[in-house]
Design a binder for this molecule. Structure first.
Ligand code: NDP
Ligand code: OXD
Length: 310
């Protein structure tokens, strides 16, 4: 079995060693230097593969995303038609995302930005605290990560509602679906968290209309993809004081260009796409299992539906 590792910015030796500890016979090849004969490649393990690359391997059995998102693969118009694609469902990613979302929710719930500003001015002033029971959280996307975050936040006493494509019945979570459900969720969300996949249906979903539907003073946390947010609409909603703050981990262009207005905006907390990292120690067992499944022609763990886009 030959696996082509396509990822800038990760140390390939760590992945090679970790994968071979699970699959000793694996032929690990690094793109672009060690591709060898394209006919040999069985598996592509990829993050942001260049367009057109994956169509060059006629015997490909599976395309495995190195992350939870797959839009970076599906955006390739030359993608080979019948090769199964899997997103990464990894316990480490889940823990990372729950930590990130909890951190940002508590930051805004406990008015950390306001207290930090006071600190810079040497001001000592108590701000009235709101009970978690009085702070409604809305989560767009109730998948692997959205559900885990919803559960964690209910543990702090926040009322949590969520929105998904399909109808759901989850204990302790108010579940919505459909366009009407989208606006019902927005209208009640003091803190809105986006954990949707980026698809043609969800691109630009957080626009002026969506921000306008949120209660005045709401906070937006985007840990999904930059393409979910219409940047100018977010800035306008913050500048008009309709929204009080935003925490952003993801952007339309990454790294975000230095002249982008988000950088200097006093109401935006920025992260460099760091909410949840794919760490080999937790991801390798899942990836190794998918390599075994691909070899046997079995359905992959986290196999996506190309028509749905996730
Ligand atoms: P899942 O596929 O498990 O869940 C996606 C959820 O979104 C599902 O509940 C799905 O509904 C819902 N959804 C999809 N399309 C629509 C739609 N058109 N309308 C309403 N709901 C919709 O994904 P994960 O939870 O694993 O990951 C979510 C995203 O988080 C990833 O795609 C990625 O972009 C992002 N991410 C970001 C990271 C970071 O570091 N910033 C790290 C990891 C992930 P249904 O349940 O009905 O199918
Ligand atoms: C992912 C990500 O999709 O890191 O896993 O954004």
């Amino acid at each position: 079995m030959a696996l082509l590792f396509i990822c800038d910015g990760e140390d390939p030796d760590i992945w090679d060693k970790a994968l071979r500890s699970e699959l000793p016979d694996l032929d690990f090849r690094l793109w672009p230097d060690q591709v060898g004969d394209p006919d040999d490649i069985d598996i592509a393990l990829a993050w942001l593969p260049p367009r057109g690359l994956l169509s060059q391997f006629p015997n490909l059995k599976a395309i495995l995303s190195l992350g939870a998102g797959v839009e970076h693969i599906l955006q390739d118009s030359e993608l080979p038609a019948n090769v199964p694609i899997a997103r990464l469902i990894d316990p480490g990613l889940k823990t990372g995302m729950v930590e990130f979302v909890t951190l940002e929710v508590l930051r805004h719930h406990r008015m950390d930005p306001q207290y930090r500003e006071q600190q810079t001015k040497g001001e000592w002033q108590l701000l009235r605290q709101t009970l978690s029971a009085d702070r409604q959280i809305g989560i767009l996307g109730l998948g692997h990560l959205g559900q885990a975050c919803a559960e964690a936040l209910t543990g702090f006493g926040f009322p949590v509602a969520g929105w998904a494509r399909s109808e759901k019945d989850l204990p302790g979570i108010n579940c919505y679906s459909g366009e009407e459900g989208f606006f019902s969720l927005l209208e009640q969300s003091n803190i809105l968290i986006c954990l949707l996949p980026l698809t043609p249906q969800t691109e630009d979903i957080l626009d002026a209309t969506a921000f306008g539907a949120l209660p005045k003073g709401a906070v937006v946390i985007n840990a999904a993809r930059g393409g979910h947010i219409v940047d100018d609409d977010l800035i306008n909603a913050l500048n008009s004081n309709h929204l009080s703050a935003a925490s952003l981990d993801v952007y339309r262009q990454e790294p975000l260009p230095p002249d982008h207005p988000f950088w200097a905006h006093e109401k935006i907390v920025m992260w460099p796409h760091a909410a949840a990292w794919t760490l080999p120690e937790s991801a390798i067992p899942v990836i190794a299992e998918n390599i075994r499944r691909a070899n046997l022609g079995e359905t992959l763990h986290g196999q996506i539906d190309r028509r749905r886009g996730y």
